[in-house]
Ligand binder design. Structure first.
Ligand code: ADP
Length: 447
């Protein structure tokens, strides 16, 4: 898969995750807000249930004689609020206001008097005050945390809200409320925010898709252009090879030294153009299914010598020297495509001569290594700055130079060399220092 598609997929996943994260945090904020509301509703319900019990208790007391009342107060004396450490209880969240503190002190008295919380009353007050219909359950625990009463049917696993509330100061009873704040209410409340953020997400995904379509269209255009280039190259090769054959034929038919020199010159120029044309064909063919590589036993030394001879002629008007250092064993052959290997070598030598001042020296070293044949082409030319070293193997890439007139080229040679080396399952790399020169190397496996 092409890089831009992978990037588009990563970006889409990132956008979706971001949206998911956004909705999750909106939801948890909503649950937080609602929890605060229900905390308050629960407080008020407990207070109101207390008041109802207090009223019933007072009514009962009124019906008693004075002696009976006194005996009740003896059994259940009032708890003075000053008897408890208010600050500590406030920190524990037992109450918030002084009013709450008084309610708790009353609760203490009722619990001592065995006047228990009435769950049905509490529940009906809670339901009446609740801003939304809330599936819930109240459980009443004694001081040993044993459930003593409950109301409501509720599966705890579904709950997203829980409140645990001590009753009275002395922790004689505890009330627990489990509830589920329905997602439906969240959607209703946050509808606008949800729609806006979803639209934004769709917009971002749409833009990505649009970009992808544009790139795809461009890619098709480029492919079409490559196909056209390939056809033109095919048509160009025929007249060039004919011209080379004519040059050789004229040499054979005539002994004139001047004509020989002129024909050699012409032959070389035609070959140079032909190689460039073939390089271009290789380079634009990189993405196509490869034709089976036509290989044969290749003598690298012979190829290097031919490259040297032809480049000497081609750069006859530029002072230079090309030296071949052969460290290959006698009679060494490698299974490869001779035309392609010659083209790679020639391209590297030509570049060495081209991107250098007069008097340049190019050394072609041939070696055998564990991985196969190694060809190194070293020059003492201009060298390549580090920031360009990776880019030069890209098709059509040329290092920007101020005095560009000094060199001619297409930016195809190294890309084509890379394709050809890869076709042979070999490797190509380079080392260079600006102002000192470069060494381009490629290896070819023996099998
Ligand atoms: P071309 O030579 O047609 O521009 P290449 O693909 O062969 O295309 O080279 C790409 C670029 O790499 C060249 O334009 C040149 O700037 C740089 N380059 C290649 N070989 C050398 C070298 N031996 N020394 C300095 N620069 C080089």
């Amino acid at each position: 898969m092409r890089n831009y598609r992978i990037i588009a997929i990563i970006a889409s996943v990132a956008i979706i995750l971001l949206q998911h994260n956004n909705i999750t945090s909106m939801y948890s904020k909503y649950i937080q807000d609602m929890s605060l509301k229900f905390d308050r509703v629960c407080w008020v319900a407990i207070d109101n249930e207390m008041v109802a019990r207090q009223t019933a208790f007072s009514r009962l007391m009124k019906k008693m004689t004075r002696e009976e009342r006194d005996s009740v107060y003896k059994i259940v004396p009032y708890i003075e609020i000053t008897e408890v450490d208010i600050d500590e209880y406030r920190k524990l969240g037992v109450f918030n206001t002084s009013g709450d503190a008084y309610t708790h002190s009353y609760e203490d008295r009722h619990l001592r008097f065995n006047d228990m919380m009435r769950m049905d009353v509490l529940d009906s007050i809670f339901c009446a005050l609740s801003p939304i219909e809330l599936p819930h359950r109240f459980i009443l625990y004694n001081k040993d945390m044993q459930g003593v009463d409950s109301i409501g049917e509720f599966n705890l696993k579904e709950g997203n809200y829980q409140k645990f509330q001590p009753l009275g100061f002395r922790g004689w009873q505890y009330l627990q409320l489990d509830a589920n704040i329905p997602i439906k209410n969240f959607i209703e409340t946050e509808l606008l925010g949800l729609i806006v953020s979803s639209l934004m997400m769709l917009l971002a995904l749409g833009c990505l898709l649009f970009q992808l379509t544009v790139i795809r269209r461009k890619e098709e255009e480029l492919k079409w252009r490559d196909d056209a280039t390939r056809d033109i190259i095919h048509d160009l090769k025929h007249p060039l090879t004919t011209a080379m054959t004519i040059a050789e034929g004229m040499k054979a038919l005539n002994d004139d030294a001047v004509l020989h020199e002129a024909m050699d010159y012409n032959y070389n120029k035609f070959k140079h153009v032909l190689l460039q044309v073939e390089e271009l064909k290789d380079a634009v063919s990189e993405d196509r299914p490869k034709d089976k590589l036509q290989t044969q036993q290749v003598d690298l030394v012979k190829l290097a010598q031919r490259v040297k001879e032809e480049c000497d002629l081609l750069f006859a008007d530029k002072e230079h020297s090309i030296e071949i250092v052969n460290k290959l064993p006698e009679g060494y052959r490698i299974k490869a495509n001779p035309v392609m290997v010659e083209r790679i070598m020639r391209n590297l030598v030509e570049n060495g001569l081209k991107y250098a001042e007069y008097g340049v020296r190019v050394e072609v070293r041939l070696n055998q290594t564990e991985k196969g044949a190694l060809v190194e082409v070293e020059d003492n030319g201009w060298g390549i700055a580090p920031e360009y070293q990776k880019k030069i193997f890209k098709l059509y890439y040329r290092i920007p130079l101020e005095d560009d007139y000094r060199r001619r080229g297409t930016g195809v040679g190294l890309a084509s060399a890379k394709t050809a080396v890869r076709l042979h399952r070999g490797k190509i790399w380079m080392k260079s220092e600006l102002g000192k020169g470069s060494t381009f190397s490629f290896s070819l496996p023996e099998e």
